[in-house]
Design a protein around this ligand. Structure first.
Ligand code: AMP
Ligand code: GLY
Length: 425
């Protein structure tokens, strides 16, 4: 039996807790700091995700057998290392492996050495060297802060002027702090974007179901980038042959390259890919589960997630490769956000209509607090409404039917999640 601690407070962590707690081996489930949804179903501990010492102390005092880390920041700050030093198992890489997300320049070099297809890029820390590169490049071009910038470090620049502004803001203006003291000037790739995640235990790589995320706030992929406004799986864009190709050309060679550098990577390797005319290419790697992809992948997983996460943390995935099964169904997740997100938004607004009349739907909480008497908004992304059904069409219809019943002032969501793969909708 295992006592489990999940670190994070989003809908991703609510989904992880929900799925892991279904395991007959789960003896206790604590979420730090969690949200109103995780408080209702499990137990919250009010420790911020970046309080490394606080999380380690909590795991020790609660006799936790396995910590599953949701967000990248604590991993980049060495939470997994600190836990392992205390003899506590952790699902999530150490700070060395988390560099795959926390340094885009480091990752570019890794991918080049491993011959993994990725967008061409050059790295600069000196403005005098960066500016001439903007004369030579084709447009649009992508300017990226090297380090973690809470999802804001990427600018797609249509003109040289825009690119110069982005480079200056990062290198001279300190827009992203130390994370932006190095920038990448990267080739803009044309094609569909997909998220392909895998469990990695240092040696064995186990594919998860590919998903698609909708990142822009506006319908038809318009407007500013967000943390993710919805997702679905499976996607016809990645059929079995394409999935095999992505595993063989991208994820397995990346995992091998990490191992060759002496990094024992134990957690999720998440490849953000563009399916270009020349094949799939990496635009980013994340060192963790995706949000909102996780909310649509886990309901389709027909396997014990606690067993899988523990095996990943212990380097024992090889024995479970054949344990993973997927339900023959589709899943759609719609994110309900606060009015104004991803800009400024109000909080503390009462939420109603969560009674969830449809048995096929689930509501994963993110920016919520309070209790059943008075549940209120407390963040930009408030809820992910998820539905599973035999077809993508039905999963989509049922997710929206439930979303429609939920209300808070200014509630904002996209009406076109998964619509592209359903020409009749
Ligand atoms: P990120 O913050 O790294 O997730 O990047 C934000 C978004 O920018 C991605 O989801 C892509 O849609 C887009 N993007 C990043 N890099 C590229 C690229 N090289 N070519 C085209 N689009 C990109
Ligand atoms: N869905 C994008 C991310 O988790 O970074």
């Amino acid at each position: 039996m295992s006592r489990v601690l999940i670190v994070g407070n989003g809908a991703r962590e609510h989904a992880l807790a929900w799925k892991i707690a279904q395991s007959p081996r789960c003896a206790a489930m604590i979420v730090a700091p969690g949200n109103a949804g995780t408080a209702r179903a499990f137990r919250n501990a009010p420790i911020p995700t970046t309080d490394i010492a606080g999380i380690v102390a909590l795991a020790a005092s609660e006799r936790i057998d396995l910590v599953v880390v949701g967000p990248e920041e604590p991993l980049a700050r060495g939470l997994a290392d600190a836990l392992r030093t205390r003899g506590i198992s952790c699902f999530g890489p150490g700070a060395d492996g988390a560099r795959i997300e926390s340094s885009k320049a480091w990752t570019k070099a890794l991918l080049h050495q491993a011959s993994v297809p990725t967008a061409r890029a050059e790295t600069f820390s000196d403005i005098q060297r960066a500016l001439p590169a903007l004369e030579e490049t084709a447009y649009p071009v992508v300017v990226k802060a090297d380090g973690l910038a809470a999802g804001k470090g990427v600018t797609i620049c249509a003109t040289r002027r825009e690119a110069e502004t982005a480079v200056r803001e990062s290198l001279e203006g300190g827009a992203f702090g130390v994370a932006g003291q190095t920038v990448l000037i990267e080739e803009y790739l044309v094609g569909d974007e997909v998220s392909v995640l895998a469990l990695v235990d240092g040696e064995t790589v186990v594919p998860l179901m590919p998903a698609r995320d909708h990142k822009r706030i506006g319908e038809g992929e318009t407007g500013p980038n967000t943390g993710g406004m919805g997702a679905y799986a499976p996607t016809a864009l990645v059929d079995a042959a394409m999935h095999r190709r992505i595993m063989d050309e991208i994820l397995r060679p990346t995992a091998r390259a990490l191992a060759e550098r002496g990094i024992v990577y134990r957690g999720v390797l998440y490849a953000g890919l563009i399916l270009t005319a020349d094949g799939p290419k990496v635009i980013e790697y994340n060192c963790r589960f995706g949000d909102p992809e996780t909310q649509v992948i886990l309901p389709l997983l027909d396997a014990d997630l606690l067993t899988l996460c523990a095996a990943t943390a212990h380097g024992e995935l090889a024995s479970l490769v054949n344990m993973i099964r997927w339900h023959d169904a589709a899943c759609v997740g719609v994110v309900l956000a606060s009015g104004g997100y991803p800009g400024a938004y109000p909080t503390g607004l009462p939420i109603t209509g969560l009674d969830n009349p449809d048995a096929a739907a689930m509501i994963f909480h993110a920016g919520t607090k309070g209790d059943d008497q008075q549940l209120v908004t407390s963040g930009g992304r408030v809820l992910t409404v998820v539905a599973v059904a035999p077809t993508l069409h039905d999963a989509r219809a049922r997710a929206y039917a439930t979303a429609k019943c939920i209300h808070f002032d200014g509630v904002t969501y996209r009406r076109d999640i998964a619509a592209r793969e359903l020409p009749d909708s």
